[in-house]
Design a protein around this ligand. Structure first.
Ligand code: ADP
Ligand code: MG
Length: 574
């Protein structure tokens, strides 16, 4: 709630203006029955056309004023709620962009998406709601009760009793509804998670003919959401009719009381019933708004979690911006992912000199990606430290650090846009020639030129219209555009044929000059030519040295060699 009001406060001017119009609107509504009773009790009774017309004209004028107020107030209300929605989304998005991978792992991307879209919509609806009823409902209730008391004092107790019962019902409704709407939002998260997983890996799902399983998972999540929704709406279904019933019962009581009174005036009776209906309407509005309030509070809490999430990484107070040459030192580095009991890296001690190309090899899950992700500080070490040119990475300005590092992730991620735009992610102000040089080194030039509009060719989301190898080459080119001092290639030549791969690697070696390259691969042929090779197994360093040294001393390396190359040689011999 605090959060919602903090955002409303920013638009207090319009908000108050809108309440002013709302008040006038409520007054206009209240005056109508009183005037009507005038027409009936005075005009019709006295058969005076002049009086009838007079009252009629005033009624019309007031109705018009009310209508104008309603239109203006509506515009303000939607403006405020839309603006607040926009601000909430912007602030959440901004905060998420500051978070480290650890935070994102914890919040889960699917949940972040639901919070930015659905939860914000709930809050918006609530704000719109309070701007529709906030002052109007109380004014209508109090005004109607007051007018009934003035016009027909005998009916006041009935009115009070009805209001009391109805208030009780509204409160009970809120108490029961609150936790249920929280569940609904969590179920929406679940559904989004399943849908996201399915849609982002639709090819794999189809390849493994797992559509049925995935559909089933989706159906399950969908059913869970439906159940939660039903449970939440059931509370409303029970309480809305109860509230209606109470008020209608009150009307009957009113009629009955006035029925046996003497000197009854039909006009006043009509007005009373009319006021009673207005009260009913106001109370229903309050109940509805309180329902959206319950949802909005649940949603606001979830929004707040995103807004309050602080980056898991502490930034240095006085960030250093050293000249980065590319000398990297791992000192007794251990690392465990948040929530994982087992260490993904254990006691790594390595020195990588600037300008060296280091091959990193090991089975899947041996910790290769984890190791290289520590260098640009995507994650922070759990123990030990990493020095770049003698400077602890945690002390370096992250933007400065990352500007010196080109990362080609294991999964080539391209974005919707042209090839040129994608390459410029490497460096915004890169010139045309730099883009072309990078593309040439990455062996991407040929297919870029061959594809329709060259560098202006549009890529779909995630680069769906490219082959795996083309995506990999583009993402290598993108990293090269930055002309980094340190280049991280995380198993990103896996989809290239051996010849193209060799071409890319030799191109890198000649084009880059003195760049430190971390070359992760599962193929021994890829890393064999590196200056030194790091052999990983299960988070441990098994060996570190040249190909010859490792062949002589490292059992794991020998095994990999035998399994990948030895057999081919044997096959050739035989
Ligand atoms: P490799 O790149 O050598 O295949 P990784 O570095 O990706 O291996 O993974 C090393 C270990 O860390 C694996 O056991 C993997 O399950 C685990 N791991 C990788 N990423 C995460 C993550 N984001 N959260 C938790 N555990 C992870
Ligand atoms: Mg990996």
């Amino acid at each position: 709630m605090k959060l919602i009001f903090a955002y409303i406060r920013k638009h207090l001017g319009i908000f108050l203006l809108s309440t002013l119009f709302l008040t006038m609107e409520a007054m206009a509504d209240l005056l109508q029955p009183a005037l009507m009773s005038g027409i009936v009790d005075k005009g019709i009774k006295n058969a005076s056309v002049r009086q009838i017309c007079g009252y009629g004209a005033v009624m019309l004028g007031i109705a018009l004023t009310g209508a104008v107020c309603a239109v203006v107030r509506n515009r303000f209300a939607s403006k405020v709620s839309q603006t607040i929605g926009k601000e909430l989304r912007r602030d959440m998005y901004h905060n998420v962009s500051l978070l480290s991978m650890e935070n994102i792992d914890r919040l889960r991307p699917a949940s972040i998406i639901t919070r930015i879209t659905n939860d914000v919509a709930q809050v918006q609806e609530f704000i719109n709601g309070i701007m529709r009823i906030m002052v109007k409902a109380p004014i209508t209730c109090i005004g109607a009760v007051a007018l009934i008391m003035v016009q027909t004092p005998r009916q006041a107790p009935v009115m009070a009793a009805v209001l009391l019962v109805v208030s009780g019902l509204v409160l009970a409704n809120m108490g029961i509804g609150y936790p249920r709407f929280g569940t609904v939002q969590r179920r929406i998260d679940g559904l989004n998670g399943v849908a996201r997983e399915f849609l982002s890996s639709v090819r794999v799902v189809k390849a493994f003919r797992a559509e049925e399983e995935e559909t089933e998972k989706f159906a399950e999540a969908s059913l869970a959401l439906a159940r939660a929704n039903t449970a939440a709406l059931r509370t409303m279904a029970v309480f809305s009719p109860l509230i209606n019933l109470t008020v209608n019962f009150g009307i009957v009581l009113l009629l009955w009381i006035s029925g046996d009174g003497e000197g009854r005036e039909i006009g006043r009776l009509m007005a009373s019933v009319n006021y009673m209906t207005q009260v009913l309407f106001a109370v229903t509005m309050i109940a509805n708004t309180l329902n959206t309030a319950v949802r909005a509070v649940a949603s606001a809490e979830r929004i707040k979690e995103v807004l309050d999430e602080r980056p898991a990484q502490e930034l240095p107070e006085r960030p250093l911006r050293p000249r980065i040459v590319g000398d990297i030192r791992f000192e007794q580095v251990s690392f465990a992912y948040g929530g994982a009991g087992k260490e993904a890296l254990h006691d790594m001690d390595i020195h990588i000199r600037s300008g060296e190309t280091i091959g990193i090899i090991g089975a899947t899950g041996s910790g290769k990606s984890t190791l290289v992700n520590l260098v640009p500080r995507f994650y922070d070490v759990t123990a030990g430290r990493i020095l770049i040119d003698g400077c602890d990475v945690t002390q370096i300005d992250p933007a400065h650090l990352r500007a010196a590092i080109g990362v080609v992730p294991q999964k080539a991620l391209l974005f919707t846009g042209t090839i040129r735009e994608n390459l410029r992610w490497g460096r915004e102000d890169a010139g045309e020639e730099e883009l072309q040089a990078a593309a040439r080194t990455a062996c991407a030039e040929e297919f870029i030129k061959g594809s329709g509009q060259g560098y202006d060719t549009l890529l779909g989301q995630g680069g769906v219209n490219l082959s795996g190898g083309q995506k990999q080459r583009l993402s290598i080119a993108r990293a090269l555009v930055r002309s980094p001092q340190i280049l991280i290639l995380d198993d990103c030549t896996s989809a290239l044929d051996a010849q193209t791969e060799a071409q890319v690697l030799s191109g890198l070696r000649s084009a880059v000059g003195r760049m430190t390259v971390l070359l992760v691969s599962q193929r021994i042929s890829t890393v064999m030519g590196a200056d030194r090779i790091l052999c990983m197994d299960n988070g441990h360093m098994e060996g570190y040295g040249t190909h010859e040294e490792l062949m002589a001393s490292c059992r794991s390396y020998q095994e990999i060699y035998r399994s990948q190359i030895g057999r081919e040689e044997e096959a050739c011999d035989g």
